[in-house]
Design a protein around this ligand. Sequence first.
Ligand SMILES: [Mg+2]
Length: 275
Amino acid sequence: MIFQGKPGGVEGFVPDCLIFDVDGVLIDSSASYPEMIRIAVEREWEAAGFIADAPGYSAPLDAVFKRHGGFNDDAHIAWGLLNIMASRDHGSGRLSECAPAPAELETIIFRCDTGSARRWLEKNYAERFPLGRVAEKCMEIYHGSGGRPGVYTTEKPMLNAWWGDLPLPAYVFTGRSSSEWELAKVMLSWGDFPDERAVTSDSGMLKPSPEGLEHICRRFGHETPLFFGDTASDRMSFEAFGKGGFVAIGNNLGNWTPNFPCVRDALSNLIGWRG
Ligand SMILES: [Mg+2]
């Protein structure tokens, strides 16, 4: 492992910039994206003539997807789950019978390679629910539509500091689209964060690939970034990049060291920041 322990400690690692994942690191979206998936799954399941007699998504299912590493796009999760459930329907059309339990889901997606979750789903499951429509519905639920507020309104900032006051140059590598990142910027009061410092999903640079980290370091001349993430796909991007250090935030990556409940604690403990 490239970085275990304190920068400047036994391995002499000194970070030259900070790169942040957004959800679960800068923004608490624990109530928004899983809720978006739940609503999308239930509505689309019913729209297809099935019966939504159980919740379409849950925190335990979300944890299974987030531990896998290949499912970094929540609209893809809603789409994949709908098609997996449709393949399990034996005539009743009941969501309660077709939804996999968390342990079953783990067994199902265990076979999926982390670099190609979308292709794996397309290859193994009939596309009863088309990706384009599900993704569009997810965005309506997230941003709000038809007078209904978007689920993004339940999000909260996890760091209350201006990006320019952080102790090292700050960058963002997120699976959010640029429009979703704009909402996060407002929530963080980072409205002046420069576009070129953020890699969003619009760029095509997606975790668990290391491209976003490579792009930032190449463009701004950094060698040893400290990357903050909360899910397996973040850790895998870092491991594929192979330079700098990775800090796990929150509970998803409990066996990774260092691991902190929030960015402020991490910066304070790792580089003595008292901002
Ligand atoms: Mg995240």
